[in-house]
Design a protein around this ligand. Structure first.
Ligand code: CMP
Length: 395
């Protein structure tokens, strides 16, 4: 028994990891999302007035079940925390403590808290405090969004530029609020009589929200408001631009590393020098496919070819199927001959492909003639093989 426990624990840890792509982890993630969705829906419906008692009962059970599932998840994650490579070398107790105090542990605990509130407190699904559960459960969704990590990195990378824009924002805010206070305080003492009141107006206007609760009446006030409104649009546009560029840049870097990882598994590329390799890496895209997915369909137009870095595909030809494994490629015939696809190609295992679009293929053709020649040679061989097969079938 003692010998089997660690492996069960390791398996539990691996299955619950959000980055795991195994056949248990994916359904678990979908189930997790479904549970959050149902829990939120139950609380939203519970907040309606005049529900029949039977429906309230069902909703209470749904909320309780949601909370119980998150509490169980917390328990399993806490128990399996020592399996995390991050806590290698720590005792089980210290590893669990480290996980429990990490952001991931705290978010997980918050999602489980409603169970204690229900069991030990008096909060039910239709209680006025129950909507609090929504916040706790929605926080857990951050684990489903890897882009949150990207956002944090983008903000960190662009902090100098973002700070400059924020400083401009604060300057415009204070100058406009002070000016409005001076110009409008006599006419509208309730709305602009104090600096905090004027600041509230400036925030609402500068962010282009415009509640309309405080409106300038004097000509001077209207002129100031016009400048503030235009400045607001400019500042928001600047912020959006900085974040969008940062996101695109970060995504490009991540994709580059992902492609580089996969490219080294394809012998054709591994033989190229570093400079040539880095050129082609910028043109390839990584695509992951589960088994039984049609990647290209016979007779459809083709604008890209695919290199297999992991997994296996099946080329379905009239005379039978041919399996292609890691290091090989397909989709080159339509690309070179500008003809429709000659066969349907389907994945037979979880497969990672590197996609090269036609425009990029011709762009690298001049710099890496050896690669293009190898692709052309194989395309000719396949063409001859298919024609031979077709004649044999006809004969
Ligand atoms: P394309 O015609 O673009 O799309 C189908 C692909 O199947 C084709 O390119 C080739 O890459 C691949 N293919 C066709 N015939 C063969 C073959 N005889 N052996 C291996 N692959 C093939």
């Amino acid at each position: 028994m003692a010998a089997t426990s660690p492996s069960i624990r390791a398996q539990a840890y691996a299955r619950l990891r959000y980055s795991d792509t195994g056949h248990v982890s994916r359904p678990w993630r979908s189930f997790h999302l479904l549970v959050v969705g149902l829990g939120l829906l139950a609380i939203a419906i519970s907040s309606l007035d005049g529900l029949p008692p039977w429906l309230s009962g069902i909703l209470s059970i749904a909320v309780m079940a949601t909370a119980a599932i998150f509490a169980a998840e917390y328990g399993v994650r806490l128990w399996s925390a020592p399996e995390s490579p991050r806590y290698a070398g720590l005792s089980d107790r210290m590893a669990r403590l480290s996980w429990a105090t990490s952001s991931s542990g705290v978010i997980c605990l918050l999602a489980a808290l409603p169970l204690f509130a229900i069991v030990f407190g008096s909060i039910h699904a239709d209680n006025e405090n129950a909507p609090l559960f929504c916040i706790l459960w929605v926080l857990g969704l951050t684990r489903h969004a890897p882009a949150m990590g990207t956002l944090a990195r983008v903000i960190s990378n662009e902090r100098a530029t973002l700070t400059s824009v924020l400083v401009i924002f604060v300057m415009v805010l204070i100058v406009s609020a002070t000016a409005m206070h001076i110009v409008e305080r006599v006419g509208q003492p309730k709305l602009f009589g104090t600096l905090p009141d004027a600041l509230w107006w400036a925030v609402v206007t500068l962010t282009t929200t415009g509640y309309g609760d405080a409106v300038p009446m004097t000509t001077g006030g209207k002129m100031i408001a016009s400048v503030v409104m235009v400045s607001g649009i400019l500042v928001l546009a600047l912020m959006t631009g900085i974040l969008a560029t940062g996101f695109a840049e970060e995504e490009r870097r991540r994709e580059y590393l992902r492609v580089w990882d996969q490219v080294t598994k394809v012998p054709m590329f591994a033989e190229l020098g570093t400079v040539t390799l880095s050129e082609i890496v910028g043109k390839l895209r990584v695509r992951n496919y589960p088994p039984r997915i049609v990647v290209v369909r016979r007779d459809e137009p083709g604008e890209s070819m695919f290199f297999i870095s992991e997994g296996e595909v099946e080329v379905r030809l009239p005379r039978g199927a041919i399996a292609l494994g890691p290091g090989t490629f397909f989709g080159e015939m339509a690309l070179l001959d500008r003809l429709p696809r000659s066969a349907t190609v389907v994945t037979t295992a979880p497969t990672t492909l590197l996609v090269l679009y036609a425009s990029d293929f011709y762009e690298i053709a001049s710099n890496i003639p050896a690669l293009v020649e190898a692709v052309e040679r194989e395309a000719r061989r396949r063409h001859t093989e298919n024609q031979g097969g077709a004649k044999a079938t006809a004969g």
